[in-house]
Design a protein around this ligand. Structure first.
Ligand SMILES: CSC[C@H]1O[C@H](OP(=O)(O)O)[C@H](O)[C@@H]1O
Ligand SMILES: Nc1ncnc2[nH]cnc12
Length: 292
């Protein structure tokens, strides 16, 4: 296996990652377009860290405007093997209260206007996202949260809506009735694309609100989300610092198959592959295309 490189995607309210040493900023070009921002590359202890603010510094990008493919592509080009997404989320369960961190393990994709695959005409591939979160990476997050005595639970289903408006009451009640735990606007297609790029992925859902279903809470608004996030920023930093400090030097194989997701995924026969698309796939699928 290769050197482990830990990527961190900062969501709403997390536009920087203090505590990195040997820090430099790098703007990596992507054939998939513009990523959200320059990468900030540094170290925590001996672990290489690559940080990307999902909405860009200053939060200029709405969830629908984020170029998820370019983001994952530049993280792959920077060598990221394991990726932690920090995400502000609404809760559908009374016991998942604002301030709690949820290490989610499942996603439901309700987005509608996003490019959700690197593959397509001229190079068709089907990867499994049955288990989209890397269990090993999630274990490490749980150990880090325990060591830092942060309030967290393990497991949960996060539905991703298109937004940017928050849900209607009827939508909120429907998702709650379906048994989903959390709602956000960004985990999909990010998690799917990470799997296509053979990057191990895990989400830390930081509960910020009860959306609009809870009779004792009003409708969610940005100000209350940001207020909770500010209270949580220090906890998120401590979680990442501890995770990085205890991270292995070498990439670990992922029991969910993140490290070799493309092994049998490409179905287009070599003679029928589009050279232009193959060129764009150099980083994401280079491992399997080089050996084809
Ligand atoms: C600021 S509230 C809505 C906004 O917050 C979440 O962003 P992220 O997942 O990047 O933390 C949510 O998905 C929406 O984009
Ligand atoms: N209630 C909510 N719905 C969608 N995205 C969110 N992000 C934070 N809270 C949210």
């Amino acid at each position: 296996m290769s050197e482990a490189v830990l990527g961190i995607i900062g969501g709403s309210g997390i536009y920087d990652l203090p505590g990195l040493t040997d820090i430099r900023e790098e703007r990596i070009e992507s054939p998939w377009g513009e990523p959200s921002d320059a990468l900030r590359i540094g170290r925590i202890g001996s672990t290489k860290i690559v940080f990307l603010p999902r909405h860009g510094r200053g939060h200029a990008l709405s969830p629908s405007d984020i170029n998820y493919r370019a983001n994952i592509d530049v993280l792959k080009r920077a060598g990221v093997t394991d990726l932690v997404s920090l995400s502000a989320c609404g809760s559908y369960k009374a016991e998942l209260y604002p301030g709690l961190f949820v290490l989610v393990d499942q996603f439901v994709d309700r987005t509608s206007r996003r490019e959700s695959s690197f593959f397509g005409k001229g190079c068709v591939a089907h990867v499994s996202v049955a288990h989209p979160v890397g269990p090993g990476l999630q274990n490490r997050l749980a150990e880090a949260a325990e060591a830092e005595e942060l309030p967290f639970v393990r497991g949960g289903t996060l539905v991703t809506m298109e937004g940017p408006q928050f849900s209607t009451y009827a939508e909120s009640m429907t998702y709650r009735g379906l048994g989903y735990d959390l709602i956000g606007m960004t985990a999909m297609p990010e998690a799917k694309l990470a799997r296509e790029a053979e990057i191990t992925y895990a989400t830390v859902a930081m509960v910020t609100d009860y959306d609009c279903w809870h009779e004792l809470h009003g409708a969610v608004d940005v100000a209350s989300v940001v207020a909770v996030l500010h209270e949580n920023a220090d906890k998120a930093r401590r979680l990442v610092a501890r995770l990085a400090a205890d991270f292995p030097a070498e990439r670990e194989p992922c029991p969910a198959g993140s490290h070799n997701a493309l092994d049998n995924a490409i179905i287009t026969a070599p003679a029928f592959r589009d050279p232009a698309l193959l060129a764009k796939l150099d980083a994401v699928a280079g491992r399997v295309l080089k050996s084809a």
